[in-house]
Design a protein around this ligand. Structure first.
Ligand code: NAD
Length: 315
């Protein structure tokens, strides 16, 4: 089968790597890149010896699939254009700004039989892949996702930018319905939520406690998954995996085990999964419906926090 003709729209911090993966893969052919910043698009296009565009409409007829790696405010308009014109779409997280926009993209992709995959890359993190078979029936989950302040991606709050990765993971890990959400947060540097905590209750009794900050002095990404008599610690940044198990022979003893984690490229695997779904005409691992669910939870958390911030203003 011929390589799939791909283009990347938005070749900033992350889009540059999308272009690299398509250019390097035997499954795809990078035919063009597009960015409203023409200097940037030319720089990346020259590097890969492909066409450069500053208007994504010009890609029509040249591509079978696109990656949309622009700021979230433009995801819906660009994805709608390509899905309506018969082009498969990989769109970065968060999928769109609103649930209605996400629904519209899902409907068009289904009607036109097109793959719509959303960029929840942590599912491809080797530490998560290695930890998945060890998870049974968690009773409690804690996640920590802290980043130093960065002026990129400020069009959305920290819940939609960072916490949404962990929302995707806990939905993947806990096979149950969400019954309650409590959340708090604060704006520190921007006028939007920069730091957030959410407590999510599932109908099987499991509780997930999620922390996200974009105003930290350190970078941390980890998840702790507690079971009866054991827990798993996965470091998603350093890609390490530890388990702590109660020693059945000693009352207060705990057995620690370090598990091997393969060191592979999560973005390569994520985009290979997208290309595979196109080739095999199958549902992608992280579909538009998954992206929409994650977005709706992130928006519910945002709503809780904003309601509390408003009340605090009147206190
Ligand atoms: P960035 O600002 O570095 O890059 C965005 C690029 O898009 C810029 O070069 C900008 O000029 C270009 N652009 C803006 N509007 C455009 C348009 N209409 N047409 C073409 N180009 C346009 O941002 P980034 O950090 O690369 O983030 C981009 C997206 O990727 C965001 O949705 C973000 O949430 C997501 N992201 C995901 C992850 C992840 O782990 N999955 C990590 C970082 C960013």
């Amino acid at each position: 089968m011929q390589p799939i003709k791909c283009a990347v729209i938005g070749v900033g911090h992350l889009g540059k790597y999308h272009a690299e993966k398509y250019a390097a893969s035997k499954e795809s052919e990078l035919v063009a890149v597009c960015d409203t910043n023409y200097t940037r698009t030319q720089e990346i296009a020259n590097h890969h010896h492909v066409a450069a565009f500053s208007d994504y409409h010009a890609l029509l007829g040249l591509v079978t699939a696109v990656s949309i790696v622009t700021p979230t405010t433009s995801h819906h308009t660009i994805a709608k254009f390509f899905l309506s014109q018969g082009v498969h779409v990989f769109v970065e997280k968060p999928m769109t700004m609103t649930v209605e926009e996400a629904d519209e993209l899902i409907n068009i992709s289904e009607k036109n039989n097109l793959v719509l995959q959303v960029g929840h890359i942590e599912r491809f993190n080797p530490a998560i892949v290695a930890c998945k078979p060890l998870i049974q029936n968690p009773t409690y989950i804690e996640t920590q996702r802290l980043s130093p302040f960065n002026p990129r991606c400020l069009e959305v709050n920290v819940v939609l930018d960072l916490m949404i990765h962990d929302i995707d993971l806990i939905k993947h890990i806990v096979p149950a319905k969400i019954t309650e959400i409590h959340a708090t947060g604060a704006s520190i540097i921007t006028n939007d939520i920069d730091i957030a905590n959410a407590r999510i209750q599932f109908d099987n009794g499991c509780i997930a406690n999620l922390n996200a900050s974009r105003v930290s002095h350190v970078t941390e990404r980890n998840i702790k998954i507690y079971h009866q008599k054991s827990y798993i610690f996965a470091d998603l940044k350093d890609r390490t995996l530890l388990t702590f198990q109660k020693n059945n022979h000693e009352m207060h003893d705990v057995l620690n085990t370090t598990h091997p984690v393969e060191n592979y490229d999560a973005l390569h695997d994520e985009l290979t999964a997208f290309l595979h779904a196109i080739k095999t005409q199958t549902k992608p691992l992280i579909s538009g419906v998954d992206g929409r669910t994650n977005l709706s939870i992130a928006l519910a958390i945002t709503h809780h926090i904003e309601k509390k911030i408003k009340l605090a203003e009147f206190a």
